[in-house]
Ligand binder design. Structure first.
Ligand SMILES: Nc1nc2c(ncn2[C@@H]2O[C@H](COP(=O)(O)OP(=O)(O)O)[C@@H](O)[C@H]2O)c(=O)[nH]1
Ligand SMILES: [Mg+2]
Length: 228
């Protein structure tokens, strides 16, 4: 079967990173024969590089969260794997997520469980840990690394997700969607490397506030569910 797995990549100026990433995943996931879908918001040659590597490219200038939700709808395979296209997420970990899918509806690649780690230290790691702590204290989500963008989704349970989140705060919102649907969630350790070419698009203040807004909305939704 060739349409079992779609690799969904969100890109904003990842020329130099996207080609080697697709080649690496093809190698590691050879037996799954994945198809590649790229939601591209770039002004560089990312789209051409992705097409040359064999991906279908949809040009969409939307922010990350909006593009991710659209990608989950556009893919039509049983499973959709999403990972960053900047070299931070490694093809060998993609195989780990794929192999963990039995009896799961969502597999989350996590820096904060056994076998996981991060080469990126300092403020960004501190912030991810604080977010993980805040969400686990104030909203009981089914994974610890709430902001991780490395995931394998059983599409049938997520194609109808319509999170309000526009940025990276879409990650905890999709975990809340999983919780509300009773989806089975597994976390597996992944190693987070520094990005390859180019610059991060994260904006700490803007995205931090968006995460806090999501936290409150998620708390309300999960509480309303548990009191019914
Ligand atoms: N389609 C799309 N992709 C984006 C956007 N912002 C970031 N990305 C991609 O999302 C992934 C993670 O973004 P990145 O800048 O590395 O964020 P960081 O890892 O938090 O620093 C990368 O593959 C980016 O190219 C966006 O607005 N639209
Ligand atoms: Mg990155």
């Amino acid at each position: 079967m060739t349409d079992r797995l779609t690799i969904l990549l969100l890109t904003k100026n990842e020329a130099g990173n996207i080609g080697p990433l697709i080649a690496g995943i093809k190698r590691e996931l050879q037996s799954a024969q994945p198809v590649f879908l790229v939601m591209d918001a770039s002004s560089d040659s990312t789209a051409q590089e992705a097409e040359q590597a064999g991906a279908t490219v949809i040009s969409d200038p939307s922010p990350y969260g909006v593009a991710l939700t659209r990608g989950l709808r556009e893919a039509d395979s049983e499973w959709v794997m999403v990972l960053d296209a900047d070299g931070s997420h490694r093809p060998q970990d993609a195989l780990k997520l794929w192999q963990a899918r039995d009896e799961a509806d969502l597999v989350v690649g996590s820096r904060f469980v056994a076998g996981g780690g991060s080469e990126v230290r300092g403020f960004r790691l501190w912030l991810s840990r604080r977010l993980a702590w805040l969400f686990s204290t104030l909203a009981s989500l089914p994974a610890r690394d709430v902001s991780s963008g490395f995931r394998l989704y059983r599409r049938a349970l997520f194609a109808d997700a319509s999170p309000q989140a526009r940025f990276f705060n879409v990650q905890p919102e999709l975990l809340a969607h999983a919780a509300l649907k009773g989806a089975r969630v597994k976390e597996v350790g992944i190693y987070y490397a520094p990005r390859g070419q180019g610059k991060s698009k994260a904006r700490v203040l803007r995205f931090g506030l968006a995460f806090l807004r999501s936290l409150w909305a998620i708390r309300r939704r999960l509480k309303a569910r548990s009191s019914t």
